[in-house]
Design a protein around this ligand. Structure first.
Ligand code: URA
Length: 271
């Protein structure tokens, strides 16, 4: 009998409904397929299949529901092999070409960044579930980070982290110091004031803009607001991580780049 695959991304509510308040004040449980993917054993869709095939146990009992909550401290085994307790945080720097959509995990459709990134990954990286760290518009090129650690996504994209993101925009009209000055002072956009940006004119049609937030279409809207509509946009750096791979290529960041470049503390390596 074929079993209908479970709906994706509904586990938090499932965990809540199963026993409201049960996890209050404690670490929240992960759900089974996600716990396996987070541990870097296999991607989440493969984990779902392994669970439904009866290959996974939690504390010694076979569990066939991919969305079953995994209590903190539980021992999960896949084909008899226990999950490593904590997956290492990994971050990839990808050079996004134009005309690819930054989709969310689970939407690895044709025309998305995943279509170009995933086939390149060696087996030791392909086993993780990769999340894009923020978004770039379809036409925007440049540095797009991916990670297996959702907390790192939240850290890098939070405006509170104030991690600088450096863009270079090619603009239709001629830019000059007077036109870009309001960007340095801090502009008011439809969704509220934006923080002052660091702006440098590289030439009359090329403007470097560094922002410490990441709102939708922020750089284009900022430049549009000062009469400099954007023809092309490219991201050169996120925090201390500079784009240094060829278009469509990727590389794995070192732990030092993650801790210093992205200001994200990592636990000390075991041993
Ligand atoms: N700002 C934009 O306007 N677009 C992007 O893709 C990124 C930042």
């Amino acid at each position: 009998m074929s079993r209908k695959p479970p709906p994706r991304r509904t586990a938090p509510s499932l965990a809540k409904n199963a026993n409201p308040g049960r996890w209050e004040g404690k670490a929240k449980p992960d759900w089974l397929s996600r716990a396996i993917a987070r541990a870097g054993v296999m991607p989440q869709d493969e984990a779902q299949e392994a669970i439904q095939a009866g290959r996974v146990t939690v504390n010694g009992r076979v569990v066939k529901q991919p969305l079953a909550p995994v209590p903190p401290g539980a021992t999960v085994r896949v084909d008899g092999v226990a999950l490593p307790t904590a997956a290492p945080t990994r971050v990839l720097a990808f050079h996004k070409p134009a005309e690819l959509l930054t989709s969310t995990v689970g939407q690895h459709r044709v025309g998305t960044v995943y279509e170009v990134l995933l086939p390149q990954l060696p087996p030791d990286l392909a086993r993780f579930t990769w999340h894009a760290v923020g978004r770039l518009d379809r036409g925007t090129t440049g540095l797009l980070l991916f990670t297996n650690d959702e907390k790192l996504v939240a850290h890098v994209t939070s405006p509170d982290t104030r991690l600088p993101k450096r863009y270079v925009a090619t603009v239709f009209s001629e830019a000059d110091e007077e036109k870009v000055e309001p960007l340095r002072q801090g502009l008011e956009l439809e969704d509220g004031p934006v923080r002052p940006a660091t702006v440098r004119l590289r030439d009359a049609h090329t403007v470097e803009v560094t922002v410490t937030e990441g709102r939708n279409h922020q750089v284009k809207r900022m430049l549009g607001a000062v009469g400099l509509p954007v023809r092309a946009l490219h991201r050169e750096a996120v925090g201390g991580v500079e784009l240094d791979v060829a278009e469509s290529g990727f590389r794995l960041l070192s732990d030092a780049e993650v801790t210093e470049g992205l200001r994200y503390p990592l636990p000390p390596a075991p041993g």
